[in-house]
Design a protein around this ligand. Structure first.
Ligand code: WT7
Length: 664
């Protein structure tokens, strides 16, 4: 099966892979770092000897009101129960106990707004604010088990809202502020949220953009919602629905700063976070309390080497994604960290904004995504060179495979050529980091996530579930349950089993959806998704979701979407659309294409806007009617076409290539 260039599809992939694997530089930990590191080589041995005893030790990082009877109950697999019978309050663990231990004056959050306003919030401040918010939510009639949707920009109230929910046993569902009203509505409906917490607007690239207006739109059809709590962030005019809408500053500020917490079962639902799967409908990933917090705290301690007394930690993600949940809120606060939180975009008002922040707060640990690193590379290394970045001592990466050049640039130009770089693999579903080097312990190779963390068991297997050896590639699976694992998909047990547990059901493995490879030394390299999920700037977007959005436009008859490799964003969304008969006079029209891109932004959110939309007369399909995305990817990536012999009509590709018109 070869194409015109004599290379098969598999060979093409192998060539790309070879480039990655030809990367042979290796960075052993420095003695200086190793001598002070939280992690020790011993951790691997201890965890290997008795995995459950290891996790029980990690759970002792937390304050439990009632100790557990059993570390893991896996008798109802794949539904896990961790620290069975244990009781705790997640917010008390993240806030109160640090104050009680005498650290009330320690800064929890150095917050910086995009326009330049700042707030400094100590652990004592945080306790008072979370207590006030908890009292307000109680006054609104919310009770443990109720769901609360949070649709906020990166302001301290977002952290406070999450912790207030946790404190009351309310299950939060954060919806990224970049998602559309429709996407918000679908998530509110699915979780039957009773309350939405939002703000009037948000600052983005120097402008105040509306936010609450999306909530108003979403709530036209979301009968479960009783109240909307609105933070005043931009001072913009908002529409107001009496009896439903309440200002945060009027409702929360007048409350008592004292609140007596209850404790909850270790398996009490902490949050739902929606993520894209291979169908059009997002999955509500469910996380619970004790196991989740245990692994978030442990990984934050071991992978980021956090020293709560001296470090200033900055995870530059958004709370709308799981990275924000585990490594802005729960992990760092459980560990008593001092964090930086930044509201805005990296180039507002100038391209040195991040480095100015690092310099100002003397940030020592920085965690971000490869797509951002590549953006900084593009802006030029002279920009960070203008700032004093000498406080940085550890750098982390997450969200997509990091290319070796970006890894090296990050270490060189941000880390002063000296800091460890940890490439951390995990997912919304895993809740916390699973695969990563341990700084001070593991020698790193640029582009490799290296190995599973102590306590975690993963494998790379072939189609039949057989492990591949060193040098082999295949599917990444997790072979043992882990404390922060998802407990299910909200309201859809069957989809939970189907999506993650059916592929290797006979072995009981969790199917991650990623391809991976071991090099000859046994180091692990992630190679991207093996399903119809795209990774755009570290965000997961399903091809089907974008296709349904396109087809929901009156002019579109059919759509096929692929992720094409993109030097900046990892993958870019490329759509092929067939127009309806009565719309074909617009064919190839720039105006229609612009409208379609905007339509996708309206339906899903700006992050899902296709990079390119091509109007085509036909789509390539197999005889059974399945769209051959592989061929479309060839077109999108301007490659010679791969094998076309399984096409129902092999002339289709000529039609597509000749009829492309003007790609937008
Ligand atoms: C997918 C999960 C985990 C928080 C951010 C994304 C990809 C994530 C890496 C990495 C290679 C990575 C995978 C994974 N991914 N981290 N270090 N190297 N790929 O969370 O939205 O749930 O996406 O992101 O494909 O399956 P998410």
């Amino acid at each position: 099966m070869t194409n015109d260039t004599g290379h098969s599809e598999a060979e093409h992939d192998a060539v790309t892979l070879d480039n990655l694997l030809r990367e042979s530089r290796e960075f052993p930990p420095s003695e200086r770092f190793a001598s002070q590191a939280n992690a020790t080589p011993d951790l691997y041995r201890v965890a290997d000897r008795d995995r459950l005893a290891f996790w029980a030790d990690q759970a002792d990082r937390l304050r439990w009101e009632t100790r557990w009877d059993e570390v893991l109950d896996w008798s109802d697999a794949p539904f896990a129960r961790w620290f069975v019978g244990g009781r705790l309050n997640v917010a008390v663990n993240c806030v109160d106990r640090h104050v009680e231990a005498g650290h009330g004056d320690r800064v929890a959050i150095h917050w910086e707004g995009e326009p330049g306003d700042t707030r400094t919030i100590t652990y004592a401040d945080l306790r008072a604010e979370v207590s006030r918010a908890a009292n307000a939510l109680t006054e609104l009639g919310l009770r443990a088990g109720d769901r609360v949707a949070v649709y906020l920009p990166m302001i301290p109230e977002a952290v406070v809202a999450l912790l207030a929910c946790a404190r009351l046993g309310l299950t939060h569902s954060v919806v990224f502020g970049g998602f559309s009203a429709e996407a918000l509505r679908a998530r509110i409906q699915d979780a039957e949220a009773k309350l939405v917490i939002t703000s009037d607007g948000q600052y983005r690239r120097g402008k105040a953009l509306p936010l609450k207006s999306n909530v108003d739109l979403a709530l036209r059809d979301a009968p479960s919602v009783r109240h909307v709590l609105v933070v005043n962030r931009t001072g913009a005019d908002v529409e107001w629905t009496a009896d439903r809408d309440l200002w945060w500053h009027e409702t929360v500020d007048r409350q008592s700063p004292e609140h007596t917490p209850e404790d909850f079962d270790s398996e009490h639902p902490l949050f739902i976070l929606y993520t894209s799967g291979t169908t059009g409908k997002p999955k509500g990933i469910l996380h619970t309390s004790g196991g989740y917090l245990t692994q978030a705290a442990y990984t934050h301690h071991a992978v980021f080497d956090l020293k709560p007394e001296t470090d200033v930690y900055w995870c530059a993600a958004d709370i709308g994604w799981v990275t924000g949940h585990s490594y802005i809120v729960y992990g760092p606060l459980a560990n008593g960290a001092t964090s930086v939180m930044y509201e805005g975009t990296p180039n507002t008002p100038h391209e040195g904004r991040w480095w100015e922040i690092v310099q100002r707060y003397r940030v020592s640990i920085l965690y971000t995504a490869p797509t951002t690193i590549r953006m900084f590379m593009k802006w030029g290394s002279d920009i960070p060179a203008n700032y004093d970045l000498s406080s940085l001592r550890l750098l982390g990466s997450v969200g997509e495979p990091i290319n070796p050049e970006a890894w090296i640039w990050y270490r060189q130009h941000i880390g002063g050529g000296a800091t460890p770089v940890v490439d951390t693999w995990w997912q919304t579903e895993t809740g916390a980091i699973m695969i990563s080097p341990l700084p001070g312990v593991t020698a790193t190779k640029p582009g490799s996530a290296m190995r599973t963390l102590p306590g975690i068991s993963a494998e790379i297997v072939d189609e039949t579930g057989e492990p591949v050896g060193p040098g082999g590639g295949g599917y990444l699976v997790l072979t043992e349950p882990w404390p922060a694992m998802l407990r299910g998909i909200w309201g859809d047990d069957e989809r939970f089993r189907d999506t993650y547990w059916s592929r290797f059901a006979d072995r009981g493995y969790y199917f991650a959806g990623d391809g991976a490879k071991y090099d000859e030394d046994g180091a692990l390299w992630l190679l991207g998704r093996v399903d119809d999920v795209m990774n755009v700037s570290g965000h997961r977007i399903s091809t089907t979701e974008v296709e349904s959005a396109l087809v929901s436009h009156a002019a579109v008859a059919e759509a096929a979407v692929v992720g094409a490799s993109d030097p900046a964003t990892g993958q870019g969304i490329v759509a092929f659309v067939i127009l309806r008969g009565d719309a074909t006079e617009h064919a190839g029209g720039d105006e229609l294409v612009a409208e379609l891109r905007q339509h996708v932004a309206t339906v899903i959110g700006p992050i899902a806007k296709p990079r390119q939309i091509m109007v085509v007369p036909e789509l390539p399909k197999t005889r059974s009617g399945k769209i051959m995305r592989r061929l479309l990817r060839d077109v999108a990536e301007k490659r010679e076409l791969g094998d076309v012999t399984t096409l129902q009509d092999s002339s289709v590709m000529e039609l597509i290539s000749s009829g492309l018109g003007k790609p937008a």
